[in-house]
Design a protein around this ligand. Structure first.
Ligand SMILES: [Zn+2]
Length: 418
C-alpha cells in the first residue's frame, strides 16, 4: 500500500528552493513522487494518507563523519570490554537515527565491532541508521595508535599500507580512512605534520580503488593535504590549514574532492562551560578554530563540494546533536540551503551513494524527517527534538514521539523514541 504525505513544505536535499503545498508518495520503501501537489494526480485505491499541515519534510540527514565507539567522553580513551563496546556502538547508532540522522559514515570504529552491529541492524534485530563504515583508521606509527587502541591500524611502508587496506576491505569496509597528518585530539600530535610519505599515500589510494572503495583522509596541515589530493583521495576531513594554499583548493574543485570541515568538534570544546577539558585540548582547539573556518569559507567560495561531518563521539560532541554542524557551517559562510545540501544530497555524493539516496526524488529510498519549525530560518532546528516529529527509514516510521497518533501500519518493527 502506498503512503501519501501531503500538505508539506518540501526541502528535497538537492539545493533547490523549498516547494510549498507539496506531496510525497512512498511505495515499497521508495519515493514514487516528490514535488508540487499540482503535478500529482490523486490515484484511486488504497493509500495511507498523512496530512502534515504545512510541516517541513527533508531527506533523512547524513553525517559523513562520526565515531560510534565514542560517546563524547572527555578523555577520549573510551576503552570498554568487547560486549559493552558493541552495545555502546549500537546505542550511539540509535541516538543518530532518533535525531533524524538516517545515515552515518563511521571513520574510525573499534575492533571491527561496528560491522557486527551493522549486521544486526540489517537483519532487522535492532533499529539503527544506515552505516557506511571505514573500519580502522590507517595510520603511521604514532602516539594516537596507543591512545585509541581499537580504532587504529598502524602501517608503515608501502607493503604494510596495502595489507592494511585489504584487511579493512575483507572486514566489509565501504570507505578507507587514512591519517595523513597529526591529530588535534592526541596530546603529542602535531596537526600540521605530514605522516605518510607520498608513495604510501599512492599505494593506499591505488589499493582502495582496486576494490572500488573511496578514500577519506584525515588532514589538518597543508603539505599533507596537497600530497593526498594529488594521490587521489575523495574526501578531506577537517582541512584546518587548507587556506594556506589556494592552488590546492583549485585542485579539489577540479577533482571533485569533498571537504568535511567538522567545525562542531572545536566549538563544543571552546564553548565548554566548566574546565573539565584538559588545557592542552582547549589550547589546540582555540588555536585552530578560526583557521578551520577560514579554510571552509575559501573552499566553499571556490566551489569545493562540502559535506556535513560532525565528528560526534569526540569530547563533549554527543550523538544526536550532529546537525548542529550545519549551523556552524552556516555561521562560517555557507548559505542555509547549502548547509542543508551538505547534510543531504552532497553528503550522499561524498559517500558515493547518491544514485539511490540523499535527496527526496523519485526512485530514491524513502528516508525522511519531518520538522514542525522551518530549518532554513534557524538551522539549530535540525537538532531540535521538539521540532522533529518523526523519522522515516525505508518508508517506515523508525522514530517518533511517545504517544504519537501516526498510523500503526507505518511503524517499523522497532521504533525508537525521539
Ligand atoms: Zn574523526
Amino acid at each position: 500500500m502506498d503512503t501519501v504525505i501531503k500538505k508539506i513544505t518540501l526541502i528535497d536535499g538537492s539545493g533547490r528552493a523549498p516547494i510549498e503545498n507539496a506531496v510525497i508518495i512512498v511505495g515499497e520503501g521508495k519515493i514514487i513522487y516528490a514535488g508540487s501537489a499540482y503535478g500529482w494526480n490523486e490515484a484511486e485505491g488504497d493509500t495511507i494518507v498523512l496530512d502534515l499541515h504545512g510541516q517541513y519534510v527533508l531527506p533523512g540527514l547524513i553525517d559523513a563523519h562520526v565515531h560510534l565507539s565514542g560517546s563524547g567522553e572527555v578523555d577520549s580513551q573510551f576503552y570498554a570490554p568487547t560486549g559493552q563496546m558493541s552495545l555502546k556502538i549500537l546505542s550511539n547508532a540509535q541516538k543518530n537515527l532518533a535525531a533524524g540522522i538516517t545515515t552515518v559514515r563511521d571513520l574510525g570504529g573499534w575492533s571491527e565491532l561496528e560491522f557486527d552491529v551493522r549486521r544486526s541492524i540489517q537483519r532487522g534485530e535492532f533499529a539503527g541508521p544506515r552505516m557506511c563504515l571505514a573500519g580502522r583508521f590507517i595510520s603511521i606509527t604514532e602516539a594516537g595508535a596507543d591512545y585509541y587502541v581499537g580504532m587504529y591500524r598502524v602501517a608503515d611502508g608501502v607493503d604494510e599500507v596495502r595489507k592494511a587496506v585489504r584487511e579493512q576491505v575483507k572486514n566489509g569496509a565501504d570507505v578507507i580512512k587514512m591519517g595523513v597528518t597529526g591529530a588535534v585530539l592526541v596530546e603529542s600530535g602535531v596537526p600540521g605534520a605530514t605522516h605518510f610519505n607520498f608513495d604510501e599515500m599512492q599505494a593506499l589510494v591505488e589499493e582502495a580503488k582496486k576494490f572500488g572503495k573511496p578514500v577519506a583522509m584525515h588532514a589538518h596541515g597543508i603539505d599533507g593535504i596537497r600530497k593526498a589530493v594529488q594521490a587521489g583521495v575523495n574526501t578531506l576531513e577537517h582541512g584546518t590549514y587548507l587556506y594556506q594554499d589556494p592552488a590546492v583548493i583549485g585542485q579539489m574543485v577540479q577533482r571533485g574532492v569533498f571537504l568535511v570541515p567538522t567545525l562542531k568538534v572545536g566549538w563544543d570544546i571552546i564553548l565548554a562551560k566548566n574546565s573539565i577539558i584538559p588545557a592542552w585540548i582547549m589550547d589546540k582547539n582555540k588555536a585552530s578554530q578560526g583557521e578551520a573556518e577560514r579554510s571552509l569559507k575559501m573552499a566553499y567560495e571556490a566551489g569545493v563540494p562540502i559535506a556535513m561531518g560532525s565528528d560526534v563521539g569526540t569530547p563533549l560532541n554527543y550523538h544526536g546533536e550532529n546537525a548542529l554542524e550545519a549551523y556552524w557551517m552556516h555561521k562560517a559562510g555557507l548559505s542555509a540551503m547549502d548547509a542543508i545540501l551538505a547534510a543531504t544530497g552532497n553528503a550522499a555524493r561524498a559517500l558515493g551513494w547518491d544514485s539511490w539516496m540523499g535527496t527526496l526524488e523519485a526512485g530514491n529510498v524513502a528516508d525522511l524527517i519531518v520538522h514542525a519549525k522551518n530549518p532554513l530560518e534557524d538551522l539549530r532546528v535540525l537538532a531540535d527534538k521538539e521540532s522533529l516529529q518523526f523519522v522515516m527509514k525505508n518508508g517506515l516510521i523508525a522514530a517518533s514521539h511517545a504517544g504519537d497518533v501516526l498510523p500503526k501500519e507505518l511503524f517499523a518493527k522497532h521504533v525508537l523514541t525521539i
